[in-house]
Every structure is written in C-alpha cells, then in structure tokens.
Design a protein around this ligand. Structure first.
Ligand code: BV8
Ligand code: ZN
Length: 243
C-alpha cells in the first residue's frame, strides 16, 4: 500500500487540475453514520425510504424527525484528518475542485473553498411555498418548521431520491470531471446516480482515477489506483512531504 500511496502522491504533485468526489465514507470517522451498512438505519428506516418527496408528502413530521435527528448528531461531530487533508491538497494543487455527495457540511467546516455540494446541505432549509433558502445551524428545528417570511412549510435543502440535482451545479461537476487530470473518489459506494457517473466522465476524458474506500465498489475496475482502507489513514499520507 505504501508504494501505491507514494506513486499516487507523485501523480498528484505533477497534476495541475485535480477533482475529488467524496461520499459518506469520508465522514464515517467523524461519527456520521453512512447509508449502507446497518448504521445507515434510523428506527429501522433506511435513508432511502425517508429521503424522498413522497415520504415528505405522506408524513412530513416523520421526515423532519429524521432530519432533526441527523442535524443534532452532526452538530456534535467535527471534521476529521481526511477532510483536513483535502483542504491541504486544495492549497497544493493549482486547479482543485471538491465535489461532495455529503450534506453534512463537514468539508465547509474543515475549510474547503472550491466545493460543489451536489446533493445540497443539511444546514440549509428551503420554503416549500416561497422557495426562500436560509442557512440555519440550530440542531433541532422542531416539528414542521415554518418559513419566517411567508409561513410556508420548510424542507431540508437537500436533493431527495427521485429529485433532480440543481442543473447548474451538476453541469459544473460534469465540466470539472471532464477537465481534470486526476480524480480521487473517496468514501463512496458509487451506487447513487448521477453522482457515480462523474468518475466515468473523468475516466473517458483520460484522467487518472484513484479510489480510496474501505471496500471495493462497482467502480473499482475503472480505477488506476484502488487503495482500500480508512480515508483518515490514507488521504493525509497523500499530502505529506510534498516539498
Ligand atoms: C435522480 C441527500 C431522477 C439526501 C442523497 C436504479 C438504478 C439507477 C438509479 C436509480 C435507480 N432507481 C432510482 C435511481 C435514481 C436514484 C439512485 O441513484 N438510487 C440509487 C439508490 C440506486 N438517484 C436519484 O434519485 C437522484 N435523482 O436520479 O433524479 C430524475 C432524473 C431526471 C429528471 C428528474 C428526476 C438523486 C440522488 C440524490 C439522493 N440524495 N443525499 C440526504 O442525505 O438526506 S444520496 C445520499 O446517499 C448521499 O448523499 C450519498 O450520495 C448516497 C450514499 O452514498 P455514499 O455517499 O456512497 O454512502 P454509502 O454509505 O453508500 O457508502 C459509503 C462508502 O464509504 C462505502 O463504500 C464504505 O465502504 C465506505 N467507507 C465507510 N467508512 C469508510 C469508508 N471509506 C473510507 N474510509 C472510511 N472510514
Ligand atoms: Zn416562505
């Protein structure tokens, strides 16, 4: 593994344009439950059952209980060495973009600047009536929170299953994936679309691909580097002694 990490570090040092795609696995060591695995459960519900417009229409209180539970949990954790290492990598690489599927806001907290939150952000709420978006870091927004300006029901400003991603943000992510020379794919099961297809875009544009993940994924075969282990162990070693 060590020589693979050194080899990938050298590739990164030579690159001008680097893209990174992260998923729930990069926040796992911060204590944020991932989606697969049995920690992805809440009261025996799967996130995929609750993170949908249908679930919100059917039982908005239950969905808000789920999101308040996540807000409360994530308000108690912080970024980990893998998040910090990506902030360092952003400083070291001329043209760096971080694309994240995570809605936990930990990349922002860690200091990442050029960040595309393609599935939204748990700390933002959107009014279902006037569509106003506000950032609100209070852990628990209470039952059926209402918009301060129009009284409409608020929802989490995240992309639910069955909802389209913001077209502008997605286009930016596609452009970055097509232009990068290296893409790191960190802590994602590479199952959710269209996020997972960004690595394919990068590959077909000739980028070097590296997967950093606990286990292999459907995209492992695409990878030039498949580094299996904890993000908190591997990612910091990629930015060590660049001098
Ligand atoms: C859309 C915000 C339609 C919400 C999220 C059948 C086939 C293909 C696609 C579909 C299908 N049926 C439905 C679809 C479409 C669907 C989809 O992809 N479903 C999946 C389940 C098959 N996609 C959508 O619905 C998307 N929208 O397609 O719109 C459309 C199209 C046109 C026009 C109109 C409409 C919207 C998808 C976005 C959903 N929102 N999040 C919220 O979070 O509350 S997705 C959510 O789950 C996350 O954001 C993330 O993207 C995803 C979880 O994936 P991961 O991040 O990869 O996490 P996971 O737990 O799976 O994996 C963690 C990995 O880390 C593991 O591999 C593990 O080994 C590793 N790991 C763990 N610990 C560590 C580690 N690695 C390193 N270190 C560690 N310490
Ligand atoms: Zn409103």
């Amino acid at each position: 593994m060590e020589e693979k990490i050194a080899e990938l570090r050298d590739v990164l040092k030579k690159a001008d344009r680097v893209a990174v795609m992260t998923g729930a696995g990069i926040s796992a060591e911060s204590g944020v439950p991932t989606f697969r695995g049995d920690e992805g459960l809440w009261r025996n519900y799967r996130a995929t059952d609750l993170a949908t417009p249908q679930a919100f229409a059917r039982d908005p209180e239950l969905v808000w209980e789920f999101y308040n539970w996540r807000r409360d949990l994530i308000s108690k954790v912080t970024y980990n060495p893998a998040h910090r290492a990506l902030v360092e990598l952003e400083r070291l690489v001329p043209d760096f973009t971080l694309i994240t599927q995570n809605v936990d806001g930990l990349h922002l907290l860690a200091g990442s600047q050029n960040l595309l939150e393609i599935h939204g952000n748990l700390w933002k709420v959107r009014c279902t009536k006037c569509h106003g978006i506000t950032l609100d870091r209070s852990p628990d927004l209470g039952n059926l929170p209402k918009c301060k300006s129009c009284g409409g029901l608020l929802r989490p400003h995240v992309v639910w299953f069955g909802e389209s991603l913001d077209p502008d943000i997605l286009q930016q992510a596609v452009d970055v994936s097509r232009n990068c020379q290296v893409m790191l794919v960190i802590g994602t099961s590479s199952v959710v679309q269209p996020a997972a297809s960004l690595a394919v875009e990068a590959k077909s544009a000739g980028a070097v691909l590296a997967e950093i993940n606990l286990e292999s994924t459907p995209h492992s075969r695409l990878m030039d580097f498949a580094l299996h282990g904890k993000a908190g162990d591997i990612v910091p070693r990629l930015v060590e002694d660049w001098a």
